[in-house]
Design a protein around this ligand. Sequence first.
Ligand code: AGP
Length: 609
Amino acid sequence: MCGIVGYIGKRSGTKVVLDGLEALEYRGYDSAGIALIDGEKSQVFKEVGRVSGLIKTISKQSDVSAPLVMGHTRWATHGGVTAENAHPQTNNDQTIFVVHNGIIENFSEIRTKLEASGYNFKSQTDTEVIPNLIDFYLKQLDSFEAAFKAALADVRGAYSIVAISVREPNTLYAARLSSPLVIGVGDGEHIVASDPSAIMDHTKKVIYLEDYDVAVVTAEKVQVQNLKDHNRIEPKVELLDFDNEQAVLGDFPNFMLKEIFEAPATIKTATLGRARADTGTVKLGGLETVLRQLKHIERIVIVACGTASYAGLIGEYLIEELAGIPVEVHLASEFKYRDEPFSRSTVLLAISQSGETADTIAAIKKVEDFGVLRLGVVNAVGSTIARMTDAGVYCHAGPERAVASTKAFIAQVTVLALIALHLSDGKHPQFKPLLKELEALPAKAQAVLDSAEDIKKIAEKYANYDSFLYIGRNISFPSALEGALKLKETSYIHAEGCAAGEMKHGTLALIDENFPTFAMATDSPLLEKTYSNIQEIRARGGPVVAIATEGNKAIKELADDVIYIPKCEEELQPILQQVAAQLFAYYIASKLGRNIDRPRNLAKSVTVE
Ligand code: AGP
């Protein structure tokens, strides 16, 4: 998704904004631009490609310091990847500059209206209507602020917008609807950004804008008004709880490998202070305020997207087994349009790493008037979903920068196991064994990481196949789905997850010597059945890579290659399986020379529907 950084203050904002855009690079984008205003003087620079290209262009300029600066990294939605379509977009007489993240759904009717009033358009973007609409109202209203608000009132869609103008050289205007925007509060300066990571090197004090908020920002002051009820709001300053060094690569070649190797620490921080094997307790502070309602849950509906939805499917197995509560998992993008029966004893549980995924936000909004409890399992503290839900459990995995989610998935499944144990009230025979397993899990994840070189050798053997099948049974079936997604989104090799028992109902037709299978074959009461599936595949010449439990010798007779993981309670095996599957996908993608942290066509946080 697009990245926004704006600066207003007593020093020059140019480097602050450019550094901020680089911090947002992990979000994925295809062009970048910046506008600078110093009194009546304005400059705009736009480049297709990386922020580094923009920095290079600016470094050749003589004077690029300015107290009012705004920058943008664009992930194309409307219009091709060109400098013309890069942001900032301006009004016809180049006095108003706007950057935008999101989609203006009614931009073509606004554009027609403005063309009828004599405006012309140079870009193919939806964004370009905004500066011209502000200009249109500025001719009728007595202030820029009034014109900015009037323009927003005409706009339908999802947006985070920042506008600056040579007519208001001491003020920055910001607005948000369904797309995140946060204001960093500095000493005699303010930094507006679509993500705190662009701010945290300068200040940890932030103001989160809510939907329909409009902020008028000067070097000294932030005034916020909500356009839905027109209330003036006293901005609430909060503190960020992580900083950039957590996200610094260290000696890893990229964020994805760094984040895979954070699995042991991730499991530790997700369980820290929450699960105690010695006292047999599970304490989830984020659910304290809703403990009474949790006692009367009759059904849980999980909504999520992508990797988070596969974590949700694993959560379904865990909660149904341990707490005996019916659970169903819906892809958020589908849930929005379903007529799903909801009773007051149904709980909605949203799972999201970024906390900004538009589809998941829309799913939560859908049940707003149902009067049901809405919980979140979120990684990004203070994110929209974290603030929309009634309660929840943070993943505490720290910033996840690679587009392919790895440690966040590990954290999500760990947290879902904690929630299942919490809801079980300690009554299930697996309660204590699983608390014990959670304590041992970081070391077991480390053992898988220690075999990375072996996994790499196996992975590189399979780097040139065009397709892959991932199979698993029971709780390892969603693990197979996630393994397939990881391979797809990092290596661009087609991969399909399939319940092992389903193979004979059609998928087996795919199998031949050119179609390998990745089998989750760890210890389980169903292992013999998985063996049969592997034999079905081998009988048709299909190569098989199996993940198996240490000590299993029989698997060596069945599979071409075996990746061993430590013995582990079946309910938590997907965590160790996925550490291995993430490495498998990573090494294939590396072998193929893919853009590891920013795979083509993808963005880290999909803030548009
Ligand atoms: C995960 O590898 C993908 N990048 C993607 O499927 C992601 O899980 C999905 O977009 C949901 O994102 P969220 O967890 O931030 O809501």
